[in-house]
Design a protein around this ligand. Structure first.
Ligand code: 13P
Ligand code: SF4
Length: 330
């Protein structure tokens, strides 16, 4: 167990010898401990580079469900670790910094959401994966931005639906499916920051650039898009499309893999509306560093835990999502 002296609010923080080769040590520990490192596209590029698997939220859940490793290190935010812990109760799931929460998940407290659900009886409850395990426990089916459209369309047309917590994703799904889902008023503070004006300024400077937008962005930003999709869908589009330049309206960590996968193309991060900084970063994702990843593997800490009663309820909507996704080949 990590020395108490070096426990600091959710991550191991003992000094690390600066001469140590962190990448080599991480790889050695992964092998020695039968661990697997899974990383989301928004974490620091150096962490993505040492991961065994990188993906969007759906792919991370799918990979967690099928891994044989003894330890899963989820380099992402807390709800991603919770999903892995719920799917793999026999494995140790670590997140290098437990402070890596998510403003969208936090915008939907489970008790308030449960009251909302109760006051709209007869509705099917569809929750975005960016929720706490407790919120998932009052949900009928979970979705990610990769499968939300297909899962909503799989429900009978006259089904009344509650969709939470992302009102931007919910409005987008309403607009493309013709449904009229009741939306919980939550949002991601990173994606809500993109502005039409700044993207149009970039477009004026790069008229041939295609605009890639994550559906957590506000409606007017989504309307500018040549492609709307999850991180994995935006990456796939950028690799396959004939355009040479792309304006990217999602968290800027995705540019690392875009640039690696399509080195001859140019990726321009769309800036937030409220600063002069060129990139829009999720400060929670950026809490995951190589140093914390190394210490987390060394001490097998901090562990993500989900109370058994919550996990027993939350696994049903997660498995429902995985089942529908696999039936649809997603
Ligand atoms: P993806 O599922 O598209 O990777 O999105 C996760 C996320 O947190 C977006 O902000
Ligand atoms: Fe949550 Fe937004 Fe960060 Fe994604 S980018 S993890 S939705 S706060």
């Amino acid at each position: 167990m990590v020395n108490n002296k070096w426990i600091n609010a959710g991550y191991a923080c003992e000094p690390v010898d600066e001469n140590i080769d962190l990448v080599a040590e991480i790889k050695r520990l992964v092998k020695q401990k039968n661990a697997v490192i899974m990383a989301h596209y928004y974490v620091d590029g150096a962490v993505q580079d040492v991961a065994d698997f990188i993906g969007d939220s759906l792919a991370l859940a799918q990979q967690a469900a099928k891994t044989d490793a003894r330890i899963i290190v989820l380099c992402g935010v807390h709800f991603m670790g919770e999903t892995a812990a719920i799917l793999c109760p026999d494995k140790k799931v670590l997140v290098p910094d437990l402070n890596a929460t998510c403003s969208l998940a936090e915008s939907c407290p489970a008790d308030k959401f449960a009251e909302f659900v109760k006051s709209h009886s007869g509705h099917t409850v569809v929750s975005y994966v960016n929720t706490t395990a407790a919120t998932k426990s009052v949900t009928d089916v979970v979705v990610t931005s990769s499968n939300a459209r297909q899962i909503v369309e799989s429900l009978p047309e006259d089904t009344p639906i509650i969709f939470g917590p992302d009102q931007n994703l919910g409005s987008y799904i309403n607009s493309i499916t013709g449904r009229n889902m009741l939306l919980w008023p939550g949002a991601c503070h990173v994606h809500a920051r993109f502005s039409v004006e700044k993207i149009l300024q970039l477009k004026a400077q790069h008229p041939d650039a295609k605009i890639l937008v994550h559906p957590e962005c506000k409606g007017p930003v989504v309307k500018l898009a040549d492609k709307v999709g999850s991180t994995a869908a935006l990456l796939k589009f950028a690799i396959a499309d004939t355009a040479q330049e792309f304006i990217v309206a999602t968290e800027s960590g995705i540019l690392h893999e875009m640039q690696k996968s399509a080195p001859d193309k140019t990726f321009i991060p769309a800036p937030p509306d409220d600063s002069t900084c060129a990139c829009n970063e999720c400060e929670y994702m950026k809490l995951v560093t190589l140093r914390k990843l190394y210490l987390c593997l060394k001490y097998e800490w901090p562990v993500v835990t989900v109370p058994a009663d919550v996990a027993a309820l939350a696994i049903r909507p997660i498995n429902k999502m995985l089942d529908i996704s696999s039936q649809l080949g997603l």
